[in-house]
Design a protein around this ligand. Structure first.
Ligand SMILES: Nc1ncnc2c1ncn2[C@@H]1O[C@H](COP(=O)(O)OP(=O)(O)O)[C@@H](O)[C@H]1O
Ligand SMILES: [Mg+2]
Length: 300
């Protein structure tokens, strides 16, 4: 796996307020990476730093092996949390303006603007004023602006925040579409469900610290089971604890959670419970991303 974005031990404070405390991220090339964390976790600070627009105190980072801001700027396309758009311009002119700022000449700026309008499905809106667009379309226009010059890394800071569920969904579908062009996409969100829906890897941040990072499918623990079961007796619990495959056992009122040392012994465990005449109401294998997230964020 190639990591296109790497940060190493990044520290950032605003006055006395520590926003990042030693964050080391590894973002795989060509994937969608979810930067997940509650408000104030430090997502926007990281995004500002790796986009080359925010100073930091300590540590370093690279994008496609490049470390200098002048080299990084062309590799990154950023859609900020509060993207500013020129409401009085037409969509096309708005984009042409930004393409020229990036150094495109007049003709190339128009061609590039039309290309990115197509990418975000706003081609037919090109002569309409930005101010006349719906919320969802404005978000798309923000994406188009960031896609000028085909950046290797597209960074989206909470792109679905404040949108109606159906529009948020269409933005997520657009993100999945953009991935097909092999663009690496960094997607920040405080919503575990949408991150799970579209991301390949995630980094979970809390209070300026990276708590967990990796492929979603690897983070979800598979070697545990949660069983709702009535009539558990101390004696039965004791015997389960002695089984060779049990690493840890948590007892609830009418439930138990067993983590296995290795492999999956769910069938053995359920059979043992049934053989002991216990009634199983339900069972759930593994730990969901939601469990992991709540476990981290819940620890205040
Ligand atoms: N300009 C600023 N001045 C002071 N504190 C800030 C500033 N920007 C962010 N912070 C603080 O830094 C922490 C991280 O903020 P931020 O990176 O915006 O997190 P997130 O994007 O995850 O909500 C928060 O506690 C926030 O209040
Ligand atoms: Mg933010």
């Amino acid at each position: 796996m190639t990591f296109i974005v790497k940060t190493s031990n990044l520290w950032k404070s605003y006055g006395d307020k520590k926003a990042l405390v030693g964050v080391s991220l590894h973002i795989p090339e060509g994937e969608i990476y979810g930067l997940l964390g509650p408000n104030g976790a430090g997502k926007t600070s990281i995004i500002g730093i790796i986009s080359g627009i925010l100073r930091f105190d300590k540590g370093n980072f690279s994008i496609a092996g490049k470390k200098h801001v002048s080299q990084i700027k062309n590799l990154v396309g950023l859609v900020p949390q509060d993207a500013q758009l020129y409401y009085d311009m037409t969509c096309l002119n708005h984009l042409i303006f930004f393409a020229k700022l990036q150094g495109f000449n007049k003709l190339a700026a128009k061609q590039e603007s039309l290309r990115v309008l197509k990418l975000v499905d706003l081609f037919s809106e090109q002569n309409n004023k930005v101010g006349s667009l719906s919320h969802g379309m404005r978000r798309r226009l923000g994406f188009a602006q960031a896609l000028i010059g085909s950046p290797k890394v597209l960074i989206l800071d909470e792109p679905t925040n404040g949108l109606d569920p159906s529009i948020a969904k269409s933005i997520r579908l657009l993100i999945l579409e953009l991935k097909k062009s092999n663009t690496t996409i960094i997607f920040s969100s405080h919503n575990i469900y949408e991150v799970e829906e579209i991301c390949d890897s995630i980094g979970i941040l809390n209070k300026g610290k990276l708590i967990k990072e990796g492929l979603i499918k690897n983070l979800k623990k598979t070697n545990s089971v949660f069983v709702s079961v009535r009539g558990l007796k101390k004696e039965v619990i004791k015997r389960i604890k002695k089984k060779h495959y049990v690493k840890r056992l948590n007892e609830g009122l009418n439930s138990l959670e067993v983590e296995f040392k290795h492999g999956d012994f769910t069938n053995d465990l359920l059979k043992f419970l049934i053989d002991n005449s216990l009634v199983i109401d339900k069972f759930k294998k593994g730990e969901s991303l939601e469990d992991i997230f709540l476990d981290i964020v819940g620890k205040k």
